[in-house]
Design a protein around this ligand. Structure first.
Ligand SMILES: [Fe+2]
Length: 300
């Protein structure tokens, strides 16, 4: 853990500034709790800077026991950049709001339901990789959490890349994967994308080996939004991506977040895949989270 407020740390000849936030690492893969920040209060620039630095270092940050309204979550999210909308629609056809609700509660009956296997949240992905400019960060605020399970899994894709044999690292470094909303729907067996959605989100390609813009560390950039590899026959390319995903998402690369109501979790989509786990009684318990997404930069 870093020193508490008011302490001065030294490292070599460099004096570090006083730490504004207390950080407790929860896993070597990813994840740290920020212990002393109430997100309802306006945050100073030094606090925000340290939060951003902690995100770069730990990839997933957990703020426990928060109680933010949607407006407060939106305000906090805007500290990190431009908030993105979503190509998806609510059952009534309306566009999802800026702070939208991830839930297993049926809006017509008010009862929890079993999420269909077509629900993309349960497949490994990085948010909005089907955009030219995909997401930097996603924020989930847990409003209602089942007594057991309903976890979110995070896969450290730096570690996944670094675990590959050198020749595979080199081979994939020269290739780009095609990502699309249409492929994403297909890969999860969901209702096909509409013509309007296909027009709004045409396929894009991104490097399979991505360089983190803040640290220059490399990672694999994959997931359920991909269809194939540019320049390789589609079926063969898809198979290669599937194999790469299987090799990446092994237990040693995964941090499992067990939610408590009030948790607010932010994560770096540039170096992680994530998915929800179906390990709870979906038809019995409510799992409700508020989500915001911050736009990133073009992957390279
Ligand atoms: Fe997601």
């Amino acid at each position: 853990m870093h020193k508490a407020n008011g302490s001065l740390q030294t490292s070599g000849n460099h004096k570090h500034a006083i730490h504004e936030i207390n950080i407790k690492k929860v896993s070597d893969v990813a994840g740290a709790e920020i212990l002393n920040v109430n997100l309802q209060n306006p945050l100073t620039k030094p606090v925000l800077k340290e939060i951003m630095e902690a995100l770069i270092r730990h990839h997933v940050l957990i703020f426990r026991a928060q109680s933010l309204s949607k407006i407060q979550q939106e305000t906090f999210t805007r500290n990190f950049g431009e908030i993105e909308g979503h190509v998806g629609r609510l059952p009534n056809g309306q566009r999802l709001p800026i702070v939208h609700t991830v839930t297993n509660v049926d809006s017509s009956t008010g009862r929890p339901t079993v999420a269909p296997h077509t629900d993309g949240n349960y497949y490994w992905h990085t948010d909005k990789s089907y955009h030219d400019v995909p997401s930097l960060m996603t924020m989930l605020h847990a409003i209602n959490i089942p007594p057991e399970g309903g976890d979110t899994l995070f896969c450290n894709m730096h570690m996944a890349y670094e675990s590959l044999p050198k020749e595979k690292q080199k081979f994939f470094s020269n290739l780009r994967a095609v990502h699309s909303w249409e492929a994403s729907r297909r890969n999860t067996g969901n209702i096909p994308a509409t013509e309007e959605q296909k027009r709004e989100r045409p396929p894009v390609s991104h490097p399979i080996v991505r360089t983190h813009p803040e640290t220059n560390r490399k990672s694999l950039y994959l997931g359920m939004h991909t269809s194939h590899i540019e320049g390789i026959a589609e079926a063969k390319g898809k198979r290669m991506l599937d194999e790469l995903l299987d090799a990446a998402t092994v237990t040693k690369n995964i941090y499992r977040h067990s939610w408590k109501s009030g948790d607010l979790v932010i994560w770096d989509n540039r170096c992680l895949l994530h998915r929800a786990d179906r390990n709870f009684k979906m038809g019995k318990y409510r799992r409700i989270l508020h989500r915001t997404v911050v736009k990133g930069t073009v992957p390279f």
